[in-house]
Write a protein that binds this ligand. Sequence first.
Ligand SMILES: [Zn+2]
Length: 95
Amino acid sequence: MSRKINCPICLDQGVVLYKKKIGDYIYEFAAHCTCSNGNKYRYDGQSCDKRKSEYYMPSIAEEFDVKELAKENLSLFIDKYGTEKTRKMFSLIEK
Ligand SMILES: [Zn+2]
């Protein structure tokens, strides 16, 4: 099975869900990606003046080291869909 992805950070979803511990609780958050898929989420809520903060979605770059995240996602993706060749290529990039 082969599939093309343009963005290794969100895997073309535009949004990345992540968990963050605040106090004793773990909450799930969503952040929009910095790629073109994420752009359509960027202005949601922000265009609405009255409830700006409530619907504010941070950029993934504010919450994560996107390089690390991309690397992690890529390795998961390659584990799942990669071929022998892409695995080899990736193991070279990783180092
Ligand atoms: Zn993305």
